[in-house]
Design a protein around this ligand. Structure first.
Ligand SMILES: [Zn+2]
Length: 194
């Protein structure tokens, strides 16, 4: 009969084995990576806060998922990065990229979904978009109305509704700070943090 430590060890091995097998079977495993794998010592409080953040942003995420599914139907692709679904490319991506300024955009965030015109473009814009992900986690369903109000306010005062928007200024400031970090591991950690 195995000793206590041996049993624990075997159970640990079995749990990891099941987890690895399960990962290969579902594309959604990556949503759990920040919680279960990359931060093994994450506290219960941290896990609870992550679940609340995902739930709080869920209405916007659902909107983004619908738009993302439409992109997939038009030849787009899907990948998960740091707990966020990234839809990109396809006919929709090319169409958005071809729109005239200021309508065209490189990427748009809706909750835990980022819609991008191309995979390469997303790699460049990811840090900025992840700031918006955190804003959605803070504001939940109030984010879009608050964003629109901020744009209207800036336009009413003669400023650009996009670059002067409170949320955009915050995103550009964080993005600039992260890009100025010489240590790439810090930048990776900053992107993964939510
Ligand atoms: Zn932005």
């Amino acid at each position: 009969m195995p000793g206590k430590a041996q049993t624990r060890s075997r159970m640990g091995y079995t749990a990891r084995g099941c987890n690895a097998a399960w990962r290969k079977k579902t594309p959604f495993h990556v949503l759990l990576i920040p919680v279960r794998d990359t931060k093994p010592h994450m506290s219960t409080l941290r896990i609870a806060s992550r679940l609340i953040a995902y739930t709080w942003a869920a209405p916007n995420t659902a909107l983004g998922a619908l738009a993302g599914l439409a992109m997939l139907c038009l030849g787009g692709r899907l990948r998960f990065v740091a707990g966020v679904a990234e839809f990109h490319g396809g006919w929709a991506g090319r169409l958005i990229a071809a729109l005239p300024r200021p309508i065209c955009f490189g990427a748009m965030t809706l909750g835990h979904v980022i819609l991008g015109t191309s995979g390469n473009g997303l790699a460049v814009l990811r840090e900025h978009e992840h700031v918006h992900v955190r804003q959605y986690e803070q504001w939940g369903m109030f984010f879009l109305p608050a964003y629109a109000l901020s744009s209207v306010w800036q336009v009413m005062h003669g400023r650009c509704g996009y670059r002067s928007n409170f949320f955009e200024r915050q995103a550009y400031a964080v993005e600039a700070r992260q890009k100025s970090q010489p240590d790439p591991s810090f930048r990776r950690a900053a992107v993964g943090h939510r």
